[in-house]
Structure formats: structure tokens, C-alpha cells
Design a protein around this ligand. Sequence first.
Ligand code: ADP
Length: 606
Amino acid sequence: KALCQGARKAEVVCAPPPVEKEPDFDWALFWKFLRPQLLALTAAVLFALGAALLNVQIPLLLGKMVNVVAQHMRLSEYLRLVREPALRLLSIYGLQGAMTFGYILLLSWIGEKVAGSMRKQLFASLLRQEVAFFDANQTGQLVNRLTADIQEFKSSFKLVISQGLRSITQTVGCFVSLYMISPKLTGLLVVVMPFLVGTGAFLGASLRRLSRKAQEQVAKATAVADEALGNVRTVRAFAMEAKEIQQYSGEVDRASRLNMHLGTGIAFFQGLSNVALNCIVLGTIFVGGSLMAGEEITPGDLMSFLVSSQTVQRSLASISILFGQVLRGMSAGARVFEFMTLPSEAPLYEKEQLACSMLSGRIEFQDVSFSYPTRPDYQVLRDFNLVIPANKTVAIVGHSGGGKSTVAALLERFYEPTEGAIFLDGRDICTLDPNWLRGEIIGFINQEPVLFSTTVLENIRFGRPGASDAEVYAAARLANAEEFIHRFPDGYNTVVGERGVTLSGGQKQRVAIARALIKDPKVLILDEATSALDAESEHVVQEALDRAVAGRTVLVIAHRLSTVKDADLIVVLSKGRVAEAGTHTELLRKGGIYAELIRRQTKDGV
Ligand code: ADP
């Protein structure tokens, strides 16, 4: 018992992490994903380095070609002399192409493998989190980590190896050849280049900042449109079209202005860099020409120098872009890894399963207090005590927000009580295997059943994956669903559409009942199972439910008092405690909260 309490405390303390703080990049975890690809990665790195080193050779060989070309000789002699450098150049081109092919191919394989296994692991660890985790984190953001963040991380990783490695090697290599060709010209370049690259990097960074701002603004405009179009009925009902259009126009105008600023910036940047690059070429030829006049260098050297210096420029520019990309990739990676390392709902100690045939299904809540982890100072249940005898139906009623659904959530072990305990056949449920408890013992039917976008048959089978078709049909019959399913052209193979949109409320509800009944649960929780239905559907659904409760321990959570009159025991929940308990007649006679609720509902004509 003490063990359970300790575990609960620990879970409450470490429950939902604050999302705002930027998490740190987990190198160890990254290495775990990368290690299986080590061989391929080494090959990719070697190929990338090889391609870069060959790129360093190319300007030198071009220079040699030019020296041959510049000699003004007869055609036959020219062909003889030019053959050797030309063939060498050709073979280097070929080799360089092959290596480029190799490392890009390998990197894309490695990228997909690593991203795939990261996706799978993140999805699995998200799905195993406590329900409280999903109270604290928005689904959209979680999906974003699976998609956009992993994508960003993958492309940054690939860029670092391909472009980063290549650019650094090329910069170093070309500088060495530049120095060997002409120390004087190189000296000049060393003075001018950092200034140019620095200006370029500075302008580039501010352009990227502007571009991010513009994108955010476009997203903001999209969000306005999305909200208005998605809720068009509400917009129309309030005749708010003009205001929505005005708001959207405002956001679009702001986005256009930002994008025009960005366009101006890019135009300026491109124009300026064209002038700068051309001036460097001109300057090199100008100064190089004077060195040539002094016979310090050959025309071929000048050519090599020009091409090499262009390679250095390109490499430096791509390194400066890469820098921002690396930072973005690391923070995307950190977001992905953050939720992978969270402890999951895994049992902290050996969990037991009880023999189903021996189970009576008696449930007892003993002095249960509870606050939601996201709202720790608000106590929903306070010393809540309730016994649900085996095979009886107990209904919980009370004001909305009184904690009725919370009682059901605690029984399902979606959350752990802050204090007290819940017993099944005298065993604290926190010592029982939660998968067994939810998978085999407790059936849950809630007011807005969610179906998955597959066939009716598979939706019912979701309740017990091993069930045969015949068992699915039997469950559907029990749930009053057979008749309408047969009326569908595809019968049980009808695909229900995303979230079951193609079924009516009552039909969905009956499929959900069949899904819960197929596991033949000993305990059934009905969370306001009929409150969202019209009178006619309610009738068929209620009929199915009446049949379903026979021989089970049932906890009904109800708003409509009409549905709970026949319960063996009605419990009125008020301020987190049981305020009254008894049968319908007993409670009416008592004239307390229940009698008042009944009186009010009758007055409202419900
Ligand atoms: P009822 O079923 O009686 O209408 P609930 O059990 O749904 O009441 O809710 C009881 C209280 O707990 C309400 O004040 C509600 O706002 C709060 N609550 C319900 N679910 C959550 C949750 N996931 N996180 C935080 N608070 C919650």
C-alpha cells in the first residue's frame, strides 16, 4: 500500500513537464539512432571528403590546360600536349561525379532510416504517456514534433555532412592551392574576403530573420481564414462576415508588406553581391596581370587562382548559411528527443492479473481524493467513498462539473488518486496490470464515442483484437446495431469515414456499445451514454444498454435523471463527496439534492 502511495506521489511530481522551456539536445540518444548506420555514415563522409578534395584539384588542372591553350602552337602539337591534362580532368570529373552520387545516396538512406526509427520511437513513447500528459500538451504540437521537427532535423543533419564537410574541406584545400600559386595574390584576397563574407553573412542573417517574420505573418493570416471557414455556421449566425473579411485583409496586408520588404532586401543583396563578386574577378585579373608582366605567374596560374577563389567564396557563403541551419536543426532535434526520454506509464513494480472467472466485480472507492495534475490546487474529489456491489448498477448524478466523469477516469486508471485507493474484489487496482484492467475487465462507453476510419467490423473488433467475425456479429446484435449495419450497401465492411462522420449519433453509439461488449467486460462504465441523442435514438440505444448491463457491475454517469431511475443505487455527488445515496424512491422521499434536481428537470420539461 505504501509502495502504491509512493509511486503515485512520484508520478504526480514528474507528471506534465512545462513545454515552454527549450530542451537541451540529447547527444547520447542521437548517437543511439546513428550507431546502426555507422558504416554507411563513414562511407558517406569519405565520399564527401573525396569529392571535396577532387574539387580542389580541378582549378589546378584547369590552369595547366590554359597554359597549353595559351601557347599558340600548331594543331597537331596542341592535340598531343593537351591530351594528358584533358584526360586527367575528365577522369577527375567522372570520379567526382561518382562520389557525389555516392554520398548523396548514402545520406538520403541514412536520413530516412534514422528519421523513421525516431518517428516510431517518439510515437510509441507518446502513446504510452499518462493521460495527464495529454492534458498538458496540445495534440497539434505533438504531431508537429513527429512531422515538421523530425523533417527539419533530418535535413539539417544531411546538410551538415554534405555541404558542411564539403565546404570546410574545399575552403581549406583551395586556400592551400591559392597560397601555392601566388602568396601575394592570396594575401590580397585574405584582406578583402573576410570583409565581403562578413557583410554577406550579416545581410543574409537579417534577410532570414525577415523571411521568418513574413512566414509567421502568413501563418497568422491562414489561421484567421481557417478559423472562420471552419466555423462558418457560427460566423453566419452572428452576421460577422464583414468583420472576419476585414480581419483577414488586415493580416494579409501585413504579410504582403513584410514580403515586399523581404523582396527589396533580396534584390539589394543579389545586386550587391553580383557587383562584389565581379569586382573580385576584375581585381584578381588586374593585379594578376601585373604579376604576369613581372613573370611571377603564368596565365594558367591566374586561371587556377580565379577558379579556386570562386570555390572558396561559394564554400564560405554556404558555411554561413549552414550555421543558422545547424542551430535550427539542433533545436528541432532537441524537441524530438525531449518526449522520447520521458518515463512512460510502465508499471513501477510487478503487476498482477486476477483470474477472470473468479472475479466477482465488486468495486470500492476508499477515501479517494483527487486533483488533476494540470490543476493541482483544485480538489475535484474529497474523501470520496463508494461501494459498487458485484453485478449491481450504481448511478452517479450531480451538477455538471461536480466530478462524475472524474470518478470514471480514476476507475479506468487514466489518473491515479492523490490520496486513498480503489479496490476491485478487494485488490488495490494500482497493483493490477493496467492493460489487463482496461483490455479485459472494464468496458467504457462515453458520450461522444470516437470511431476510427476503418470498417464497422474492424471498429467493433477494436474492443478485442482476437475476436472472430461471428463474435463481432453477436456483439453488434447485442448492441442493437445489426439491423442498421445490414442496411448499409457494404454491411459490416462499410468504412465509417474519419472519426465516424458517416454514421448518425445513435448509430455511432451502438457501434461503440458493440465494441465495448465484445470483450465481455465484467465492469461497464457508461459515461452519459445517451445524453447526446434525440429521443428516438435514445430509445434504441437505451434498449441495447439495458441488455448490456445484465450480469455486470455497472457505473452509470448521468445527466438525464430519467435514465437512472432503475439503478440499484443512486449516488449524488456534490463538492467532491457523496452527499446522498439511495434508490430513486428513497431519495425522492428524502427531499434533498436529488429531489431538487428531479423537480428542476421536470419543470424544465426534460
Ligand atoms: P462532471 O462529469 O461531473 O461534469 P468532471 O469530472 O468532468 O465533472 O469535472 C470535474 C472538474 O474537474 C471540473 O471542474 C473540470 O473543469 C475539471 N476537469 C475535468 N477534466 C479535467 C482535466 N483533464 N484537467 C483538468 N481539470 C479537469
